[in-house]
Design a protein around this ligand. Sequence first.
Ligand SMILES: [Zn+2]
Length: 276
Amino acid sequence: MLNSQSAAFYSNPNYLKMLYKDSSYMNLKMRVTSEFVHSQPGHWGEFVKGVDEDFSTRQKYIAFTFDACGGPKRSGYDSELINFLQQEKIPATLFITGKWIDANFNTFLNLSKDTLFEIENHGLNHQPCALDGESEYGIHGTKNAAQAFDEIEANARKIEALTHHRPRYYRSATAFIDEAGARLASKLGITAVSFQVLSGDAVPFTPDTIIEESVLQNVRPGAIVIMHFNHPEWNTYEAMQKIVPKLRKMEYHFVRLEHFKLISEKQREPHINPIK
Ligand SMILES: [Zn+2]
């Protein structure tokens, strides 16, 4: 049984310490990171090579994704938003960090048991995945391949240990990543994902009407929408209340990423481009 003792056991520092004694983890870490000894980080951004941002479909399907970043001031829980998704039966993909799990252990377990939600990887410590310590929005990235490995793989294993499901997708903290980081993820069988529709909910105090507009004006079949569920003080829930009925009127259906093959901008077929 998982309980508060388990919460302490799985907390990031303890969990990482345990993983460092686990030969399967350390052997994999050595093998993967050795391939990056002479690697350049490559381009840094949200849509660099190796990162997918939407999925292939000709149907009116879109995927809502919600991040939970974790850490000081980033470990809140927007229960109104989650209740709304549950009441309206809206499937969603939740990208969650190890830090957020530590701060919301029982909530995390409950979310993972709800088949409406797909749990994916937002990194162990919410550090943007970089080979050279690049930072974004004032958040420092990982400094080298070893730290990038821990950021991705340790949280993948943590989520798997708690949910019996290994995440397939990884969204780097801030969604910024370098090309080498995306390649490193793929060596772990994990696809780096960004987004196609930026809701703008992460800019504090963005009014719900602006979030609504950002989503409705940019929505298209196969779009991945990025939002957050770790800031109840933001207007994500308020915006979703307006967005969902309108998208339903436009005959959109909501899906989780796990059911689709993701693609990058370059792979998109021209004829499935936006229905405007
Ligand atoms: Zn985040």
